[in-house]
Design a protein around this ligand. Sequence first.
Ligand SMILES: Nc1ncnc2c1ncn2[C@@H]1O[C@H](COP(=O)(O)OP(=O)(O)OP(=O)(O)O)[C@@H](O)[C@H]1O
Ligand SMILES: [Mg+2]
Ligand SMILES: [Zn+2]
Length: 563
Amino acid sequence: MSMYQVIARKYRPHTFSELIGQEHVRTTLENAISQQRIAHGYIFAGQRGTGKTTIARILARCLNCVEGPTANPCGKCSSCIETPLSGAPDVIEIDAASNRGINEMRELRENVRYSPSRDRYKVFIIDEAHQITNEAFNALLKTLEEPPEWAVFVLCTTESHKIPTTIGSRCQQFSFRSVDFQEVVSRMEWICGQEGITADPEALAVIAQAGEGSVRDSLSALDQAIACCGDNLGGQAVRDLLGMYSLASLERVTNGLEENSTSAMLDIVAELESAGKNLQHFCRELARYFRNLLVARITGKDTRLIPASGQEQVRMRDVAARFSEEDLTRWLQLTLDIYGQLQYSLQPRLHLELGLMRLVHAGRMKPIEDALRELTAAAPARTAPPAQQPPPAARPQSAQPQPPPVSRAISAPAVSRPAAPPPPPPPPAAARPAAPAGPLKDRLIAELKEIRAGAMTVQAVEDSQLIESPAGVEFIATRAAKMGLMSKDLDRALTKLMGRAVKATITINETAAAPPAARAAEDAGGAEEARQRALAHPDVQKFQEMFPESQVRGVRDLKEYEP
Ligand SMILES: Nc1ncnc2c1ncn2[C@@H]1O[C@H](COP(=O)(O)OP(=O)(O)OP(=O)(O)O)[C@@H](O)[C@H]1O
Ligand SMILES: [Mg+2]
Ligand SMILES: [Zn+2]
């Protein structure tokens, strides 16, 4: 005879003991009631569908039970029976979303002045309280400043920051938290039992995940699932219905990332498209997945922070262990960016493809610790070369003699000048064209003049000795020539000349004649020399290749650190 009642309403708790989650709210209110310390104003703030209105009604029921105020209402008196049905005369529910104006609040103020018509308290439950207008808030404030003894206000809101502090400071505030995944699952198991519905554990897990900690959203999704699948809820059917993705399908992305495969990403998008999936929805699920992987990686054990069953958590930990925290963080950030872009995109497919390929490119950066470990492992014992030996012509790629070791050989104070931007990395050997004939220096000077480079640069090249190697071109120059060699013109000319980006390194030749002014600054010169030697060191160069964005900010004598 009765119409179908949605599960969320049918199973709205009428007593504290039926609640899940919100233990802190529950115990504080239970204590206050049993100690008869009832406030005139309460603010229930927090995520939607987590029990604000429900607890407001439970509070009203506790206050007005004929046997009350009591934390355990009798359940038989008129107030106990009528309050949950919104039929109690002294429980006034106001939806501020539709009654937000000053007139309504004036009416309310009038109403407050009259004593309860039947019960002990007049309880005003104001839903969506953040929507009240400023004038109306002022009217409410007057009431809260001098409330009649029988008045209790409960302001429910999902946006507590929009409640004026003048109001907030006159109320007791409770923040409602999203309800634990496992508790929501158990609650739904119980409800399914009551309703005679069988459900796969997986189906309920998917529904709870879709609810994101909101009990109402989960119960609505459960309604939807029952409407669609009947009395038997299967995991896959529910997943399809709610547009959720299995771990297996999300793992295709992480597999693609592990294999550095952009084509895997294109395949994934193509399949989503042909299955008619909402790409933005997929992206949201992917972001959640990365977030869960990150949490799994950080905590390393089962945690309530991940809304998933124990089995699924194990699986996520396995995947997460294959990546670094930094990788996962970066991917999460990028996925959120894609999600944002998809919101406005007219070409969602293109955006998602581009975005997923970007994940591949951004991925798998070496953690700095690993890089350092490799460096130290690779460094063989070296001996210092004789003094005044001309700087080496070759760079690490070649098997030429090693330049002077940097460790402990540098005896210079710290230099704290910012380094020039790092030169572009040398291309792979196969891409290198044969250099055209003629002395490099002459061709370079001609090229510099061709592109109208600065006179200082031309002069500096003329004054330098050039050594070409597979790794680039080394300029051995006086200190005075250095500024000219650091110019962009030189990079451009070299690039044009060689047909590719070329790494130019500068080595200061101490034996070359230096102008008197430079001699005066002998100390600074020592520092500069140390700096150049440090920059020329293969470990430093290798490091700069690994981390192209890195800069040498200072060179310090390791002896300073010796005990
Ligand atoms: N803590 C809870 N324990 C048990 N059931 C809950 C809980 N919170 C919410 N529910 C279920 O969700 C439904 C909606 O809850 P309620 O109206 O209290 O949410 P709300 O926090 O007021 O949400 P909104 O911010 O959207 O108004 C309830 O009818 C009940 O079935
Ligand atoms: Mg509510
Ligand atoms: Zn009662």
